[in-house]
Design a protein around this ligand. Structure first.
Ligand code: PXP
Length: 237
């Protein structure tokens, strides 16, 4: 069964836009779990533009499934992750000026291996968010990652069916290479109801991290139905 991890950052984005205490991403996480989500993903950014420290701490106390903390490999974030012990840490690149995470990690960045080692020493599963290039998979494994999350942005933004097929081939080849390197495979970024099925069908992809599309649909259908509809798609029903 493919697992759905619901990214709740976008609920926090709405809250931060007005500086209110609602909508609360911690409530969103509980409701996503009640609807059948297999995990909750939240990205604590250095600039705290959406998820706040308070959210991450409460999520750690309340999430009943799996908490996937997305973060940059900075000393501040590593210290927090070592304290909170989410089940998974996904290391992502971060640039202040970007609207959202725009590219995969630079695996040559200094200190990445050390960060992975420190997180793993606390029993945390470490995933690296990387571009779907077969050549990167061996490096991800050598760095010590347990998992990689394939960046699906190029696939989702492809401007024609032909271009999309090419990007799907890239994802498929990268997932196979990851498996050969002993890595577990997740995927995410930009996935939506109309484009998720071919990615979920890649055999090695066991987990999907999806946020924007689910929270956007929830405005109209409610979060419960938005999560259930996505679960039905990724599980091939
Ligand atoms: N995976 C990673 C590593 C991300 O940075 C994001 C965006 O926060 C997502 C998945 C989810 O992307 P989206 O909100 O487009 O579904």
């Amino acid at each position: 069964m493919k697992r759905l991890h619901v990214n709740i950052d976008h609920c926090a984005t709405i809250r931060q836009a007005r500086g209110t205490s609602y909508p609360d991403p911690v409530w969103a996480a509980a409701q996503a779990e009640l609807a059948g989500a297999h995990g909750i993903t939240a990205h604590l950014r250095e600039d705290r533009r959406h998820i706040q420290d308070r959210d991450m701490r409460l999520l750690r106390q309340t999430v009943r499934t799996v908490l996937n903390m997305e973060m940059a490999a900075t000393e501040e974030m590593i210290a927090l992750a070592l304290e909170l012990k989410p089940e998974i840490v996904t290391l992502v690149p971060e640039r202040r000026e970007e609207r959202t995470t725009e590219g995969g990690l630079d695996l040559k960045a200094t200190g990445l291996g050390k960060a992975v080692e420190r997180l793993k020493s606390r029993g945390i599963i470490v995933s690296l968010f990387i571009d779907p290039d077969t050549a990167l998979m061996n490096s991800a494994s050598e760095i010590g990652a347990d998992m990689i999350e394939l960046h699906t942005g190029d696939y989702c933004e492809a401007s024609s069916p032909g271009a999309r097929d090419l990007q799907l081939d890239r994802l498929t080849a990268a997932a196979a290479a990851a498996e050969e390197s002993g890595l577990r495979v997740a995927a995410g970024h930009g996935l939506d109801y109309p484009n998720v099925v071919p990615v979920a069908a890649i055999p090695q992809v066991e987990e999907l991290n999806i946020g924007h599309a689910i929270i956007a649909r929830a405005i109209f259908s409610g979060l419960d139905l938005a999560v259930r509809d996505m679960l039905a798609l990724i599980d091939g029903e």
